[in-house]
Design a protein around this ligand. Sequence first.
Ligand SMILES: [Zn+2]
Length: 294
Amino acid sequence: MPMRRRTASRLTRPSSAERWGRLRLRSGARGAEQVRGSGGASSIARAHGGSSTGRATVIVLTALGILASPLVAGVRHLTVGRSVHGRAIRAEVIGPDSAPRKILVVGCIHGNECAGMAIVAALAQQPVPKGVQLWLVPEMNPDGTAAETRQNAHGVDLNRNFPFRWRPIVNATYNAGPRPLSEPETRAAVRLISSIHPAVTIWYHQHEDLVDMAGGDRGVARRYAHLARLRATCLPFLPGTATGWSNHAFPGTTSFVVELPAGRVTRRALAMHLAALAGVEQGQRVGSRTGCGP
Ligand SMILES: [Zn+2]
């Protein structure tokens, strides 16, 4: 598809999101002001099951580079990185930069496990509590989403490519890449998390139907699991994961995995996940910080 660039309208005031964009420009990368069309748009529409909600329409139009940000009052749209094939990794930012509590929600990193994108899209339509700034990344692996593959376009499992306790895995499914952070999508995630320093990061996967408390404050993940009616557990440690890296790199923060069941998110499940996310936004937690019990 031919490249089409468009300059976004100026943001009304300096923001952490804008500063982040400048940071990217200073580093020599293409900045948030540049967008171009990609096959990601069709994949987003597919993940929404073809629904034509206004929000989904806005996301698709943004992915096509037809609309410039900001699109909706209080919501800013950024490109926070590029995939191997140059597809934009997009973020929506909701809430003021002055908010002390940043929360990041990633809808999909394994491109064949993207039911969480529907939760992210619904979350973008919810009010954000005072004191919270919400960062939404529908898809961290847009090439994988477009191809419906777990891996990125290099065949790398991005959730084995993060630098904490990375080790080589020569396996078609769990290929960790030639070295830590070898993939542009992984680097984009690390840049973003290092920049905004979220108190809580949630990564949606499928199809295990549980919450992996992973690390950080497990009481946060346990509360999410309770509200979403999922089992909370601690899966065995895996090398090179996003959660392992950020829980290690940023003590005091919490990053965990929500493994959705197979298939699309039902209307009932969506309501429960939105309630669980509201609990996270409000700082709810329950039980032990470190224990893996219920
Ligand atoms: Zn996964």
